[in-house]
Design a protein around this ligand. Structure first.
Ligand SMILES: [Zn+2]
Ligand SMILES: [Zn+2]
Ligand SMILES: [Zn+2]
Length: 146
């Protein structure tokens, strides 16, 4: 009786474990919009020892990997590229252009999707007790209280 019970139990456990592992892999491998320039497959987000990165699912035939970049959906005011979230060497988050090093736009302040009604520049998100959107264009100084 007892051995039957345990027999079934371990089978169920193994099945559950398999299922979980399958899910874990699915969760880890989020498809991205990046297409591998070496083999044309859609690249996926993976989590490794050093954090997230983007890898080609064709591994080991194709070993293409990229740094994981979180887009903000905000257009770079300097070159028209996209502003992405980056991490400084000290782990502090800042915002830079995805065309870097061709474009050197960077900001510690988070850019918003809203444009300044006075000068057409990007409004940056100023966090605090009263969050506001601030224009950083020299001589403009537009502030929008949320
Ligand atoms: Zn590839
Ligand atoms: Zn740029
Ligand atoms: Zn402005």
């Amino acid at each position: 009786m007892l051995s039957d019970f345990y027999g079934d139990y371990s089978k169920t456990l193994a099945a559950a474990k398999q299922e979980m592992e399958g899910q874990k892999i699915k969760l880890k491998e989020d498809e991205t919009d990046f297409v591998c320039e070496l083999c044309g497959r859609k690249m996926v987000v993976k989590t490794g020892r050093f954090g997230k990165f983007i890898a080609c699912p064709g591994y080991p035939e194709c070993k293409n990997i990229k740094k994981f970049e979180k887009g903000t959906g905000v257009t770079c005011p300097k070159c028209g590229g996209e502003i992405i979230e980056k991490k400084s060497k000290k782990g502090r988050i800042f915002y830079g252009c995805n065309k870097y090093p061709a474009c050197d736009f960077s900001s510690w302040t988070q850019p918003s999707k809203e444009k300044c009604p006075q000068c057409g520049g990007i409004l940056f998100v100023k966090k605090g007790k009263k969050p506001s959107l601030v224009c950083q264009t020299e001589g403009c100084g537009f502030i929008k209280q949320e």
